[in-house]
Design a protein around this ligand. Sequence first.
Ligand code: NAD
Length: 523
Amino acid sequence: MAQAKKSLAKTTSKTQSRTASRPSVKNYQNYIGGKWVPSESGEVSENINPADTQDIIGRFPLSTPQDVNKAVNAAREAYDGWRNMPAPKRAEILFRLGEILIRDKETFTADMTREMGKVLKEAGGDVQEAIDCTYYTAGEGRRLHGFTTPAEMPDKFAMCVRQPVGLCGLITPWNFPMAIPSWKLIPALVCGNTVVLKPAEDTPLSSYNLVHACEEAGIPPGVVNLVTGEGESAGAAITNHTALRLISFTGSTETGRTVASSCAERNAICSLEMGGKNVIIVMDDGDIDLAIEGAIWGAFGTSGQRCTASSRLVVHKKVYKQFSKKLVERAKALRVGNGADPKTDVGPVINADAVKKIMSYIDIGQKEDGATLACGGRRLTRGDHARGHFIEPTVFTDVAPDMRIAQEEIFGPVTAVIPAKSLDDAIEIANGVRYGLSAAIYTSDVNQAFRAMNDMYTGIFYVNASTIGAEVHLPFGGTKATGNGHREAGTQVLDIFSEWKSIYVDYSGKLQRAQIDMVEGLG
Ligand code: NAD
């Protein structure tokens, strides 16, 4: 099931007059074959500020399968030129892109806060991540190492090189509107692939900014194509397109499964980054104040809408009361508001459907699960909050590991504090969910830290730090329902966007049969 969508007004006959009455709202277009073009459908959706739903940021094309097809054809036409450009030259263009992102960081940051809601500092971090990813990955243009190895026959040479996979479809979520597209786009390009990018319905502007910067950097027409629109139409058209050799998807586990099934049908490579139910373990010998800082940052940063959000806090029973009390005090002091206001700690959630979903979990936590609502739990609808999607930072205590609020991804400013009897107990609880993205432990005992590090089945692990804060030069991804074994970022991402080709050069001048002919002198 797709994640909740921000309410999107299509410019159908019903809404045309409404949108037409706002001439100042900018109309954006798809980018196909190096040209900015409208969707064949002529329909658009409105990109709405989640902190102020009367603020319409722009209208973006609701693309059709025909638009996707055109974008794929453009990617196909550009492919040979791009893949045959020496990788260091591709990288030079990408370094130029990095410079443009640095130059426009402030504008892109403000745009992101306006379309997605996260506070300015975090939006700046998102853009910075795209910059870091661009510089780091562009550097791979001068590496892209293969290897040589001895062949088993004389006068024969063996080597292995990376080759691009071909045409790639990139489908991204709204919570990291520039970082995540960059995590896919830049490695795809440095490896010599051409792409069709479809960003989430709620945050097309940040991808527009990224692709616009690609155009300015001089990436040739057709190498990067942007189609905006809905998952069920444009997204599905991408996942089903037989010319796209690879689909790289980040989003919910439910949508990821649908994407994976389509890819399996046509033998496409499929890389998935999906949901999380991440955990901080707090031991009785841990620095409690530091753990509180980490929990507040991990649970309520980006309003809890991070795949790595600390939505579970498993706390040793000896410090459970002390920890919970301090956590609640800190959570209550957080200022909820428009992310554009520098005084705001916690911005809005993405859209009305997200409010509904999160509020339903707050209800489930109290009524169905029987946990204690220790603070928060209300939607904020008055004064400065009247026109946005605001929810109080919410802490549940007395949570049992099998409760729904401790098992399911809520994706909002809600965290659950679960008591544990021992490190073993804590690890069992921490591993006892269907996801496996990120985990953390606060302890001063190195033995406990290493035990947890070894026993947690997640893709990311932190000691004395929160569950969020990944860096671009380390692999990123998760186990179980979070992923399908691939890792983005680091050099490991190259294994998604390139395939190995083994090459044998026989310079013996005669037929040599591997596994059959005996090498002279050996028998
Ligand atoms: P989503 O699954 O609703 O949408 C993700 C993307 O898929 C969007 O672009 C959407 O339009 C598209 N889509 C929807 N239905 C589709 C279909 N049938 N075929 C093809 N594409 C389709 O997720 P979301 O609400 O945008 O993002 C939130 C989710 O993403 C959370 O579960 C979060 O944990 C996860 N996420 C994971 C990571 C990670 O790296 N593991 C990072 C960020 C977000």
